[in-house]
Design a protein. Sequence first.
Length: 448
Amino acid sequence: MEVPKSLLFFVLAAATLSVAAAYDPLDPNGNITIKWDVMSWTPDGYVAMVTINNYQMYRHIMSPGYTLGWTWARREVIWSMVGAQATEQGDCSRFKGNIPHCCKRTPAVVDLLPGVPYNQQIANCCRGGVIPAYGQDPAAAVAAFQVSVGQAGTTNRTVKLPKNFTLLGPGPGYTCGPAKVVPSTVFLTPDRRRKTQALMTWNVTCTYSQHLASKYPSCCVSFSSFYNDTIIPCPKCACGCEHKPCVRSERDTKRLAVTGKHTDHSHGRQHATAAAMLQCTTHMCPVRVHWHVKLNYKEYWRAKISIANFNYRMNYTGWTLVAQHPNLDNITEVFSFDYKPVVSYGSINDTAMFYGLKYFNDQLMEAGPHGNVQSEVLMRKDARTFTFKQGWAFPRKVYFNGDECQMPPPDSYPFLPNAAPAIAAAASASSLVAAVASLVVLFLMGCA
Ligand SMILES: *[C@@H]1O[C@H](CO)[C@@H](O)[C@H](O)[C@H]1NC(C)=O
Ligand SMILES: *[C@@H]1O[C@H](CO)[C@@H](O)[C@H](O)[C@H]1NC(C)=O
Ligand SMILES: *[C@@H]1O[C@H](CO)[C@@H](O)[C@H](O)[C@H]1NC(C)=O
Ligand SMILES: *[C@@H]1O[C@H](CO)[C@@H](O)[C@H](O)[C@H]1NC(C)=O
Ligand SMILES: *[C@@H]1O[C@H](CO)[C@@H](O)[C@H](O)[C@H]1NC(C)=O
Ligand SMILES: *[C@@H]1O[C@H](CO)[C@@H](O)[C@H](O)[C@H]1NC(C)=O
Ligand SMILES: *[C@@H]1O[C@H](CO)[C@@H](O)[C@H](O)[C@H]1NC(C)=O
Ligand SMILES: *[C@@H]1O[C@H](CO)[C@@H](O)[C@H](O)[C@H]1NC(C)=O
């Protein structure tokens, strides 16, 4: 059945728009919550346990880790911290004798590095600020520290909640809502025979938006297949080409003694992120995902997925790859990667999260000879839907580390020899109608 081109363009435009929205259809409940539990009152304030839970299914906070900032409501100070530290002490000149850990009105707190002495540690601290995604490792998707606050209220009526929470994880992209007093957390004692309760608890919810994080995508996708020699490359300048320096070879990276650290002074907080040093490519993306349709068996087919790093200054630790394809609900075997289904709408399991095997390929090394990881996925054909025609065998969406990757234009997909150059994305009119309907629903949800 012929599909009107204009309708297709509408679908594509809508799909592109979804990148910009904070709402993530694959992870609608994904957020990071920050919980403060006041554990005791002190003569001039309180001691609080701060817990950061990453409830995002496939977006982790990778090295160099989180930076949590806020603005004190009054003239509070931090007397001491366990399991984290403020990056700057600020001006404590008004204090004599005991000097606080931090006197800034807008403290920025970072995790401690692994291996600090035991007496500076606390459960779930000291991992260099790395927080795995909930879908990857729910038990580890948490970070915590203890803070002793002075010059604050000393009852649950006089404490003023900190304002303006900010979360950087290694870069921008998160927006945090206001702190809200919630029912006090109940704790079980270690022997599980007694319950205790926080004196007061407040929560903050932060959500991620790729659009806020960066104007351009941070990864792109290329395709190839056993049935057609053409390699469909990443779109040109998929990650933006303007004013982007790049290096031609590994040797050049050593010659270019560019200063590596870039300091973001916005909001008065310091956050050092290594500026990218990209290998020159036509797409100018730090990461490229290649999907190769490799083999066709009677009842199965096999795709090879490779991820290449083009940034000489970044090792992606604990990376994640999310792919959406109608046959991913029939994965039979995944080689060299781990994987989990991403249950997005609760009904269709067409999305899978892949990640590296611990101590084997869970680190995507910096650009160069070791800067790639790969896997093969064996899928059982579903007779009702399976086809090599019209680019069906290629993924609909790909995310690397939680950011949506730029796909090749749909009319460029490799097609079967002798096949009509049909538009690849238009599998059938009925699925197109379904796609339009679901996009409209998503759009309405995004507006709500
Ligand atoms: C944050 O995520 C949790 C877990 O998915 C969910 O229960 C909660 O409603 C979310 N909060 C907000 C404000 O979206
Ligand atoms: C507060 O955050 C914790 C996790 O950090 C969560 O379990 C709890 O449900 C949240 N409470 C509210 C009322 O959002
Ligand atoms: C919160 O941050 C914004 C932007 O950084 C700033 O304009 C605003 O004044 C801050 N509010 C408080 C109470 O500090
Ligand atoms: C504050 O403490 C009183 C008792 O001391 C309690 O009744 C009240 O619920 C507490 N309020 C909050 C917000 O925790
Ligand atoms: C990446 O990891 C390797 C091996 O652990 C190390 O030699 C290299 O310096 C790291 N590169 C960066 C940019 O951190
Ligand atoms: C989707 O996957 C989940 C987890 O594996 C499973 O419980 C659920 O039944 C699946 N749904 C369908 C429709 O296959
Ligand atoms: C593929 O998975 C779906 C949902 O889990 C199931 O209904 C269907 O029978 C599977 N198809 C094959 C060929 O295994
Ligand atoms: C392979 O696919 C491309 C479109 O991407 C097409 O131009 C070319 O003709 C195809 N090759 C063959 C042998 O059909």
